[in-house]
Ligand binder design. Structure first.
Ligand SMILES: [Zn+2]
Length: 472
């Protein structure tokens, strides 16, 4: 998509919410502070800043050193016998033990026998989803309070599974936005969330609840939006209420009743209007699309990513490569609906849809992967998939023919690039946020190892595991 540069104010406030730290700063570019300085408080403000800085310097932030057998950096490279130094919420230094000095007094976390990796990123979750039947009737039985509470539970499961960031792609009642903000504030533990707010969908489409009498008014599972002006307004409204990106359901879906997966649901004109408006406000657009025609339309309109991409054809593969659009494959969800749908209580019509495209989907997604389309890891985590996100890695290897390293890259540097935070996340590199996990042994030999994560650090804070020695 066009690289619209957002006004610094909105970028800064959005980034500050997501990358919030507890450090004290004296930002002399802050308009409020400069106004203060310009007025009568110059000596006082300068003194306060100087004092604050010297106090911080005197109480140098402690350093943690982590040792392990190997580090998968996240960009396709590895380091044997690494030392990773963490100070505050950032990586301070990363390198082989032989050439990376551990400062005296550092707290040491010894993870010998383990492999370190960047905190993982799932690019397609619904963190506030309930564990109900997966049908769209949950809107009649549950409220935003349900979504909020499920979100807290699912967030912990996701973080414990080693996913320190997620790109969430659709929730109602502001539940995802609230959860994002309260995790960033430290009120509840969970992954760093990049939130969409409600997804946008057409009347009678994937985000709507269909098949009922016109006498009954039922809210959609997202925002029901039609027409070019409607799209512009909806994007503005979502941004107003805190969306980090926009999610659009561009074709029919599996769990919606009365629509077809291979029908394009928005016109290119409508999608283009949304992308244009989102770009102006510094947001990327993720588009749910299963059918071949809908995928091509969505990519042409400027989608940053195609979610699912099930029936992508050769035209779709070519245009995604040309435009650098990401595909987020969500293999696990469709497999589970097709295999265990009845057991999970998924409506029969949805199970039938999943089974109808299951075979072709594997062939087409494999063709896209082998054909060189960029992929970002994503599960469509809902129901009981929260916390089992890493099962997707093995499926990528089995179904797409991915190497273990490329599957891991899709959940680290590739996902960070899709979200637009590659300067902060996605690799274990000095200066980036210290999101680090460990798995036993070498996951490059067996990707199932990714499903057991004994150590999780997010922004320098250990949330799971690790006996420590030394330090303060
Ligand atoms: Zn989804």
């Amino acid at each position: 998509m066009a690289g619209a540069s957002p006004a610094w104010v909105s970028t800064r406030s959005r980034r500050e919410r997501i990358f919030a730290t507890a450090s004290i700063t004296c930002d002399l570019t802050d308009p409020y502070l400069t106004t203060m300085l310009r007025r009568t408080l110059i000596p006082l403000a300068t003194l306060a800043c100087a004092l604050g800085t010297s106090i911080l310097a005197a109480q140098a932030t402690p350093i943690t050193a982590i040792r392990a057998d190997r580090l998968i950096v996240g960009d396709g490279t590895t380091i044997d016998r690494p030392v990773v130094l963490v100070q505050g919420d950032r990586f301070l230094a990363v390198g082989p033990a032989a050439s990376t000095r551990i400062p005296s007094g550092a707290r040491i976390i010894d993870l010998t026998g383990h492999t370190l990796l960047p905190g993982l990123i799932d690019s397609h979750t619904h963190i506030n989803s309930s564990d109900s039947d997966g049908g769209d009737m949950a809107v009649l039985r549950e409220t935003g309070a349900h979504a909020a509470i499920y979100g807290v539970v699912n967030a912990r499961k996701t973080l414990d599974a080693g996913f320190t960031s997620i790109r969430d792609v659709g929730a109602t009642n502001g539940a995802d936005i609230a959860l994002r903000d309260l995790i960033a504030k430290g009120v509840v533990p969970g992954p760093r969330i990049f939130a969409a707010g409600p997804s946008l969908g057409i009347t009678g489409g994937h985000a709507d609840v269909n098949g009922w009498s016109p006498l009954v008014s039922i809210p959609g599972t997202g925002l029901i939006v039609d027409g070019v002006e409607g799209m512009r307004k909806a994007v503005r409204q979502n941004v107003k209420y805190g969306s980090d990106h926009i999610k659009i359901t561009a074709t029919g879906g599996i769990l919606s009743v009365g629509d077809a997966v291979d029908h394009a649901q928005y016109s290119e004109e409508e999608l283009r209007a949304a992308v244009d408006e989102a770009a102006r406000l510094g947001r990327k657009v993720a588009m749910h699309a299963h059918g071949a025609e809908g995928i091509v339309t969505a990519v042409r309109a400027g989608a940053a990513s195609i979610e699912h991409g099930s029936l992508i054809d050769d035209t779709g593969i070519a245009i995604m490569k040309e435009k650098g659009t990401y595909l987020v494959p969500t293999l696990i969800i469709l497999d589970e609906i097709a295999r265990d749908g009845e057991k999970k209580g998924v409506p029969a019509s949805s199970i039938a849809k999943a089974r109808a495209i299951e075979g072709e989907r594997r062939v087409r997604l494999r063709a896209a992967w082998q054909g060189g389309v960029k992929f970002a890891f994503g599960t469509d985590a809902t129901g009981d998939i929260h916390g089992r996100n890493a099962e997707e890695f093995v499926l990528m290897q089995q179904q797409l023919g991915s190497t273990p390293m490329d599957a891991i890259r899709s959940a680290t540097s590739a996902a960070a690039d899709l979200i637009g935070v590659a300067d902060q996340l996605g690799t274990v590199s000095s200066g980036k946020l210290a999101d680090l996990i460990a798995v036993e042994g070498n996951p490059l030999d067996d990707l199932r190892r990714m499903q057991r994560v004994p150590f999780v650090m997010k922004a320098g804070e250990v949330y799971k595991g690790a006996a420590t020695t030394g330090g303060r």
